[in-house]
Design a protein around this ligand. Structure first.
Ligand code: DGT
Ligand code: CA
Ligand code: CA
Ligand code: ZN
Length: 585
């Protein structure tokens, strides 16, 4: 149980007591304690584990202290459990709407028995709220608007892509804040998780302890960021805001001498952190967001904290990239091998093997698209416009494909040997597993990406058979966006993952890591599993415009999270090597 969680529980207790109309001083004691605890500069549970006391926390009396100890020991708070019993949960939800505090909730519940947001909205629409004491037309309209804003806000996790864009913007803004030395996003965003709950930003200043005023100025500057919809919480060294886009952003300011330790802590994952702390303990060290400490008796001496590298080194570990920090064996691996596998990087890519032009549903001519790839430093690419089954995506028939080859030859020739476009197609896998082109055309295509765009609803057995037939056809080089999912929008198709991956390994069909931000398909855990089954991968953008080649970065992120090195990925090969690998002469 960390400080934040303890504070949350106290905050909820205060809210519930407040709504129930309990004594102001009692309510306030919980609220005040919550604030103090979330700003306490050491882990209270840690302190208790060591000294069997939680230490002096200003504003926390005997009764609250007992509750904290209970939470540390049992993970629960009986008082909180009792309160929540029979307490309509919807009342707490109402508190999340801007402008609605415990007093209003109590009023609406007491007078109109409103206990859900939906009921509150209806009452506002029906004009029932304006008649209540201390309310009026304007406050009713304000509440209705706040509820509408709240509802319009997506409550699901956001795409990594969206998080990165927002984080980069806000960091650029914050760089201009006074006194900031280092600044970096942390959390799931830095680990490259496909969706994020919030954005965690960490920054540092010199002599943080003496510079309280400076940190206050930074927080003030932060609160003026134009994209902010609502400031949720403003503390001394940490503030949380909700952007208009619905994303929450937490900003913390720490002392620059321990920035590395704090960055490591707030990058997580939580599971990785816990494992790191256990490792430290065994070495007589303590790792926290405040640094690495040598522990002897009651004395703790700071021995590292400025950089993450330093932190890992003190623990006898090589540097572990953020993408690997999921406690999925990275710590064991580091201890055993003293170095980590060399994770694939964007610059290892020599080609993009899934692109679309105007010939199907892309928006550029082949020469324009190819010129951009060549300019960006790629050695070759595959043009893979759609086949006829997907009419909506401008799928091409055989005769159009053959016409396109002439154009491809022409454009390739114009590069004078500096760049080559492979003749490819994103061929649909039909319902029965056959491919959408005649053998004559299939034989001549250099790169066939097979995709199951239609018939997503087939049962697992039929779907598996369908995919296996395509994989075993002998034509397919890449199985594209293998599960067909769209994050937050469309479920993956169901098939026997292991059987399909094994077949891909056996038939030299690379699994695609489709880098489209809303696809991210295959996902990291599947990639890691497929690697163990002997599969190779193609990291592709599926771009429909050259500006989307940057999406490849997300595919690289998935690959890094799955521990891939460049040897696992076919489009890190030179054109010559790849053609040899595919037996193309
Ligand atoms: P998210 O926001 O749900 O996408 O996932 P994270 O990993 O960004 O989680 P978040 O924002 O709650 O916390 C950021 C990091 O802070 C997390 O990855 C690890 C660290 N952290 C948070 N809570 C705890 C905790 O209770 N124990 C430990 N050891 N670390 C924590
Ligand atoms: Ca986070
Ligand atoms: Ca967070
Ligand atoms: Zn596709």
């Amino acid at each position: 149980m960390d400080n934040q969680r303890i504070a949350e529980i106290f905050e909820e207790i205060a809210d519930m007591m407040d709504i129930k109309g309990e004594d102001f001083f009692r309510v306030n004691a919980y609220r005040h304690a919550a604030r103090v605890i979330s700003n306490t500069p050491y882990d209270i549970a840690d302190a208790y584990a060591k000294q069997k006391r939680i230490g002096k926390i200003p504003g926390v009396g005997k009764a609250l202290e007992e509750k904290i100890i209970e939470m540390i020991k049992t993970g629960r708070c009986t008082f909180h459990d009792e309160l929540i019993k029979g307490f309509p949960k919807g009342l707490l939800d109402m508190l999340r709407v801007r402008g609605i505090g415990p007093k209003k909730v109590k009023l609406f519940f007491g007078e109109l028995q409103i206990h859900t947001l939906a009921q509150l909205k209806k009452a506002a629409e029906d004009g029932l709220l304006q008649k209540l004491p201390k309310m009026g037309k304007k406050s009713e309209a304000d509440i209705l608007r706040a509820i509408q804003d709240y509802e319009a806000m997506p409550h699901e996790r956001k795409l990594l892509h969206e998080g990165l864009l927002e984080a980069q913007k806000i960091i650029n803004y914050l760089r201009k804040a006074p006194g900031i030395v280092r600044i970096q996003y942390a959390g799931s965003l830095r680990r490259g998780v496909e969706t994020i709950g919030d954005i965690d930003i960490l920054s540092s200043v010199k002599n943080a302890e003496k510079n309280v005023k400076l940190i206050g100025e930074i927080m003030e500057y932060y609160a003026k960021y134009p994209e902010i919809g609502q400031v949720i919480n403003r503390g001394d060294t940490k503030s949380s805001v909700l952007l208009k886009s619905g994303l929450q952003v937490d900003l913390r300011v720490v002392d620059d001498t321990i920035f590395g330790a704090a960055l490591h802590y707030f990058t997580g994952s939580k599971a990785h952190n816990i494992h790191i702390r256990e490792r430290a303990k065994k070495m007589g060290l303590k790792v926290s967001e405040y640094g690495v400490f040598k522990v002897s008796g009651k004395k703790e001496t700071l021995v590292a904290g400025k950089t993450e590298e330093e932190l890992f080194a003190k623990l006898g570990l090589p540097y572990i990239i953020p993408e690997m920090r999921e406690d999925q064996g990275e710590i064991e691996y580091g201890l055993k091998h003293k170095k980590m596998p060399i994770a694939i990087e964007f610059d290892d890519l020599k080609a993009d093997l899934h692109t679309h032009s105007k010939w199907s549903d892309g928006s550029e001519e082949i020469d324009v698209l190819a010129a951009q790839y060549q300019k960006a430093g790629f050695e070759y690419m595959a043009l893979t416009d759609h086949s006829k089954a997907v009419g909506v995506a401008g799928g091409m028939d055989e005769s159009k494909v053959m016409k396109q080859w002439k154009e491809i030859d022409k454009v390739t020739k114009s590069f004078g040997g500096k760049f080559r476009i492979l003749k490819g197609s994103e061929v649909d896998i039909l319902k029965d597993g056959s491919l959408d082109f005649s053998d004559a055309v299939l034989k001549k295509l250099e790169v066939i990406n097979a995709s199951a765009h239609l018939h997503h609803q087939l049962d697992e057995k039929t779907q598996t058979k369908r995919l296996l037939r395509a994989i075993e056809s002998g034509y397919v080089k890449i199985l594209s966006h293998p599960t067909g999912r769209l994050i937050n929008q469309r479920k993956p198709i169901s098939f026997d993952v292991e059987a399909v991956f094994k077949a891909c390994a056996d038939h030299r069909v690379a699994l695609e890591i489709n880098s489209s931000p809303d696809r991210m398909d295959l996902k990291d855990t599947h990639v890691r599993m497929a690697k163990e089954l002997g599969c190779k991968f193609a990291i592709n953008s599926d771009s429909h415009h050259s500006s989307q080649m940057g999406f490849l970065q997300y595919g690289i992120t998935i690959a890094r999270r799955a521990w891939l090195t460049k040897e696992d990925v076919i489009n890190t090969m030179t054109l010559k090597e790849l053609l040899k690998y595919w037996n193309i002469t």
